[in-house]
Ligand binder design. Structure first.
Ligand code: CMC
Length: 392
């Protein structure tokens, strides 16, 4: 213990070995189980990627169908669970409802809590993937005052999520293929990112042998912060404020560079990527395509592109290697698809679910795992004697 050194933000501390996700931050490379993110984003589907992350291999047709069938079968939530979600105040942030709801799932499925029984863990895995889809639909519908819809087992994961979110009750829902494809892709891009703040939180909580629901709920809370998943909502707020102030991107950038009131260019910078975030490159292309296809030009996209253009040619950003991250353009797409700002981070959480689950499962089956328990360097008072209150 005499050799303990402090590593703020764990910039240089590896907390585990992992076979799940590979990042080369200097080269802008991201791979899930060896597959480049660009290929998965173009060719795969979210559920297939979930299977890949969790089970280590792409599923065969039969394995994929069985997995989808299992997830679909669990998308309906218990009526008491729906009532429970309805008890939160209307104007509370959906991320708080989401983490509470995922935590509360453990009380509805006590048979799925043993972290060391493979069958139980598989059940909890499927339950979480299924229920979080329904929970996320609920978050949107309760915000707009509409009832939660029942799942349609004949539809795919993303298509039925969109139907449950946006369908008008009692009217036939026709999925828009562009919308389904782009959301599928966004969920894939968010599905894992090795030992980031929320994933490390999931592992830390799980290292005490807390169940999967408790661990993932903690991850949702870690994700909610504006330096992490909450950045996608913060970007939209920033763009909206710049527009309201007359749309002057360079005036805002001057404030960022002067660190005026600590203002940051949200959606920029990354602990690991010191080159363009490969996810941001894909999202940027999709943002243009989607806004064009849906016929919804958004002046905020022009402001975002202006900010990026300035940043890529400015010493402040290039010297610090600050490039757009995944959160910079996603909000514009979610907005075009019809989601409110407060739904952006829950959508990130929905996408990250397979990664959290895969990382938790990897940790639980790794014989070298020990409870997470960092040390500290004590800098407080030396020993002193208690003083009665009248002598203080
Ligand atoms: N705008 C302006 N300056 C920045 C930014 C930014 N977005 N990010 C970092 N810097 C500056 C920072 O002020 C510091 O400057 P100096 O050397 O003069 O003190 C330098 O760059 C290094 O920053 P850091 O805060 O030490 O870097 P970090 O690795 O601890 O933080 C980060 C990484 C992502 C938290 C940070 O870049 C940030 O706050 N970005 C904005 C929030 C954001 O977009 N978060 C999403 C991250 S990606 C996906 C996700 O996790 O959700």
């Amino acid at each position: 213990t005499g050799l303990v050194t402090v590593d703020p933000g764990f910039m240089n501390t590896a907390s585990c070995d992992s076979e799940i996700t590979y990042i080369d931050g200097d080269a802008g490379i991201l791979r899930y189980r060896g597959y480049p993110i660009e290929q998965l984003a173009e060719k795969s589907s979210f559920l297939e990627v979930a299977y890949l992350l969790i089970h280590g291999e792409l599923p065969t047709q039969a394995e994929g169908d069985a997995f989808m069938e299992r997830v679909n079968r669990h998308t309906l939530v218990h009526e008491d669970f729906r009532t429970f979600m309805g008890t939160f105040p209307r104007n509370g942030h959906p991320m708080a409802v989401m983490s509470s709801a995922v935590n509360a799932l453990s009380t509805f499925y006590p048979e799925s809590l043993d972290p060391f029984d493979p069958q139980t863990v598989e059940l909890a895995t499927v339950l979480i993937l299924a229920k979080t889809r329904t929970i996320t639909s609920y978050l949107h519908r309760s915000a707009v005052g509409e009832p939660l819809l029942y799942p349609d087992y004949s539809r795919g994961y993303v298509e039925d999520f969109l139907r449950m979110t946006f369908a008008v009750p009692y009217q036939q829902y026709e999925p828009d293929p562009t919308t389904v494809a782009v959301l599928d892709q966004l969920l894939i891009l968010h599905a894992d990112h090795e030992q980031n703040c929320s994933t490390s939180t999931v592992r830390m909580v799980g290292s005490s042998h807390a169940n999967l629901y408790a661990s993932v709920a903690a991850g949702i809370n870690a994700l909610s912060g504006p330096l992490h998943g909450g950045a996608n909502e913060a970007v939209l707020k920033m763009l909206t404020e710049i527009k309201a102030d007359g749309g002057d991107a360079s005036a805002f950038m001057t404030r960022v560079k002067n660190k005026d009131q600590g203002v940051r260019l949200m959606g920029f910078g990354h602990r690991v990527y010191k080159n363009y975030d490969p996810r941001a490159a894909i999202v940027k292309k999709s943002a243009h395509a989607v806004l064009e296809k849906l016929g919804k030009p958004d002046p905020l996209l022009d402001i975002a592109m202006n900010l990026e253009e300035i940043a890529l040619n400015d010493d402040y950003f290039t010297e610090r290697k600050l490039y757009p991250n995944v959160d910079f353009y996603t909000g514009l797409i979610y907005k075009a698809l019809g989601f409110s700002d407060q739904m952006f981070t829950p959508l990130f959480a929905l996408g990250r679910m397979p990664g959290w689950i895969a990382q938790w499962r990897e940790m639980m089956t790794d014989p070298t795992t020990k409870i997470g328990r960092p040390r500290q360097i004590y800098t407080g008072a030396v020993e002193r004697n208690y003083l009665p209150v009248e002598s203080r």
